[in-house]
Design a protein around this ligand. Structure first.
Ligand code: SF4
Length: 286
């Protein structure tokens, strides 16, 4: 019998930091133009290594925009093979669905799958495009049943649409003189309690991080020549775990998913929830 790793609820897998949108205040700094696409072979090898250490109920393939990856069908298929009993989810803004016409077939084939579509524009012209794309890619291709508000199911595929332009969005960093800074509210317990992504550990470049925002701190600061910025130093000390991390460290990590960490001080202790500002849409003319 295959040895499974430590049980966790969710595991995100960031296969690209490139995106066709730029959403102001993206939790992973994606709106600041970080172009990275992980090689398919590396993704598979990394998943195989992590499967021996972690046993997630839910694996989310995320970006950036994951549909940008030229091997997205194969990635979803391999995710199913490796994480054999997890829900396999792909998180998309839906603009690129016409370029991935087999996505529904792939998801039906792998089964126990989910598409999460997030809307990032209020502009009705962009919303029409997304609606049309969802119709062509999914709703027109099967019998869908509404299973909860904004969620439909067809066979073993779930499609959920969320809309941060209606509210619930907040700034994980503050902007000071045009530069992104940590909040440093010195109340990690409140920051964690009020956090919207606190139970989503993520793998980025084969390292495991507590949450999406911390995974991209070094990448963002490196690109912007900010590695010496004193406000960011406490968070730069945080390092993601390698798949060969010893068992005790990994157990400690898993326990801490559901608890605050000192790095939570970088996030706001009392976030102001607001509607997401209009995303910049890079490759669509309206
Ligand atoms: S550092 Fe803590 S509060 Fe900030 S996003 Fe991660 S889990 Fe949430």
């Amino acid at each position: 019998m295959t040895k499974r790793g430590l049980h966790i609820r969710n595991l995100e897998y960031m296969i690209t930091t490139s995106c066709d949108l730029a959403c102001p205040g993206c939790d992973r700094f994606i709106d600041h133009g970080h172009a990275f696409v992980e090689k398919f072979e590396d993704i598979v090898s990394n998943m195989e290594q992590w499967f021996k250490r972690l046993d997630p109920d839910h694996v989310t393939i995320i970006g950036g925009e994951p549909l940008l990856h030229p091997r997205i069908y194969d990635i979803l298929t391999e995710a199913r093979r490796i994480f054999d009993h997890a829900v396999i989810e792909v998180y998309t803004n839906a603009f690129l669905l016409p370029k991935r016409p087999k996505i529904f077939n792939v998801l039906k084939k792998i089964g126990n799958a989910k598409v999460s579509c997030s809307l990032h524009n209020k502009n009705p012209k962009y919303r029409d495009i997304v609606e049309r794309n969802l119709h062509q890619a999914f709703y027109s291709k099967g019998k869908w049943f509404e299973t909860s508000p904004n969620t439909h199911t067809c066979d073993t595929v779930v499609l959920e649409v969320t809309d941060p332009t209606q509210g619930g969005w907040y700034d994980y960093r503050k902007e000071v003189d045009g530069v992104l800074k940590p909040w440093n509210d010195n109340d990690p317990t409140s920051s964690y309690k009020n956090c919207g992504v606190n139970i989503y550990p993520i793998i980025y470049k084969n390292k495991l991080y507590k949450c999406p925002p911390i995974s991209m701190v070094r990448t963002h600061l490196t690109k912007n020549f900010m590695l010496e910025d004193k406000d960011w130093q406490p968070y730069l000390k945080y390092e993601g775990l390698d798949p060969d991390v010893d068992e005790k460290e990994l157990e400690k990590f898993v326990k801490n998913i559901y608890e605050p960490h000192s790095i939570c001080a970088m996030c706001p202790a009392n976030p102001v929830l607001k509607p997401q500002e209009e995303a910049v849409v890079k490759n669509v003319k309206i």
